[in-house]
Design a protein around this ligand. Structure first.
Ligand code: GDP
Ligand code: MN
Length: 397
């Protein structure tokens, strides 16, 4: 589950990581109030107005702007709230901005040498260890750095038995070229950041930029946080941070009815039981010349109600030209699933306008095939995987 910048910063701050302080606002009036309050708390004269959407690259899209007085806080907030922010990480349509973070300006006017670093904590799946990735080349173009000058990005792997050790924090500060007070602040920063990552059960923390001011403060200016959804039961307060306005509406609906659904770009909708079979089915569709419109795992209990719910989800996607249902009947019997497909189809009346290919294999597969074939519905059945693929290819041609 992804968080907004302001939520990520709240978590960071609760673990003692120094952050650029801010207050979130839903309207320009609230933004002005927030700015006044911040000035009282921090003494800041200038403010940064930052669009809160689940996408990076906001600065490049005009979603991060400096306001030098309260009029500018109001007018900039007015421009940003409600806009469709297009960044290198959003679709062409962009993302609607519902709220802004009004933050203290931490780049002192006249500060000739603010340094921007990059720092991320995430899991290295190849080694099975967490790692800190960091670079002196932080700021808005870290993707270019990663592509063109990858040697400028360092990684430090963390042993799960010992956690981040003191010498590792010092090594990171040293590699960033820091000395004196800044060195000390950076070791504190990394240590607190790693603790925040571990104890919040996150799968990614990305701070870009980490700012070093000319008076040697180390501050998290941005925060991109992904929490591990499987651990949310341990963090009720974080679970409440979910903002479904930022998520794919079909995926949200799927979650509500307990289906694992991921939206994709292709034209063949698929409904499968089991994640592994679902992956194999997507490969099969590719080989047949189509491309999957979604990943959908209906799970072990594919009864009529679930099949119907899954049908409805798939059909929300206007790109879908065919549906492939691929079910292995182990515990759930194929004839029950077939009955589910037939019932769901009938229940949906005219809503189903695309050809459907059903492949049922396993317990009672033969009875299931008969059920489908005798249903009088324009549903094609298949027993073999290859046969199903060929039928998909035929309807797409
Ligand atoms: P992103 O573009 O979505 O990654 O958003 P960031 O939060 O990283 O902000 C983008 C850029 O805005 C940063 O790289 C900074 O250069 C700039 N920025 C952020 N905070 C401040 C600030 O307090 N003062 C000034 N002058 N610039 C800032
Ligand atoms: Mn950033």
């Amino acid at each position: 589950m992804n968080l907004h910048e302001y939520q990520g910063k709240e978590i960071l701050s609760s673990f003692g990581v120094e952050i650029q302080r801010g207050i979130v606002a839903q309207t320009p009036q609230e933004a002005v109030e927030a700015a006044k309050k911040l000035t009282e708390q921090t003494g800041t004269g200038w403010h940064v107005i930052k669009a809160q959407v689940h996408a990076g690259g906001r600065g490049k899209g005009g979603g991060v702007k400096l306001a030098k007085n309260l009029q500018e806080v109001e007018s900039i907030s007015n421009d940003i709230i409600g806009m469709n922010l297009v960044t290198p990480q959003t679709s062409k349509e962009g993302k609607k901005v519902h709220q802004v973070l009004v933050a203290e300006d931490v780049y002192y006017p006249g500060d000739s040498e603010p340094e921007e670093y990059y720092m991320g904590v995430l899991l290295n799946r190849a080694t099975g260890k967490n790692m800190v990735m960091y670079s002196t080349e932080g700021g808005m173009d870290i993707e270019t750095v990663a592509e063109e000058t990858p040697h400028l990005i360092f990684t430090e792997e963390i042993d799960p038995a010992t956690g981040l050790q003191g010498f590792q924090a010092r090594k990171i500060a040293f590699n960033l070229g820091l000395k004196g007070q800044a060195f000390k602040q950076m070791t504190k920063f990394v240590t607190a950041l790693y603790k925040a990552y571990m104890e919040s059960d996150s799968s990614m923390f990305e701070i870009n930029p980490v700012l070093k001011t000319s008076d040697d403060k180390i501050i998290a200016v941005d925060a991109k946080v992904t929490l591990d959804e499987n651990a949310l039961f341990r963090h009720k307060d974080y679970a409440a941070m979910r903002d479904i306005r930022e998520e794919n509406p079909t995926e949200v609906e799927a979650k509500e009815v307990g289906l694992n659904y991921v939206d994709l770009d292709g034209n063949v909708g698929c409904m499968v039981n089991g994640a592994g079979l679902a992956m194999a089915t997507m490969d099969l569709i590719k080989q047949a010349g189509g491309s999957p419109a979604n990943f959908l795992d209906v799970g072990g209990t594919a009864d009529a109600a679930r099949v119907e719910a899954a049908f409805r989800l798939i059909l929300k996607d206007p790109e879908v030209k065919a549906i492939l249902i691929n079910i292995f009947g182990g515990i759930v019997r194929c004839d029950r699933v077939a009955q589910g497909v037939v019932d769901a189809y009938k229940a949906m009346g005219d809503a189903v306008k695309v050809p459907i290919i059903v492949r049922l294999q396993g317990t009672n597969a033969d009875i299931a095939k008969e059920l489908i074939d005798n249903s009088g519905l324009p549903v094609q059945s298949a027993i073999e995987f290859k046969e199903a693929a060929d039928k998909v290819q035929a309807v797409l041609a």
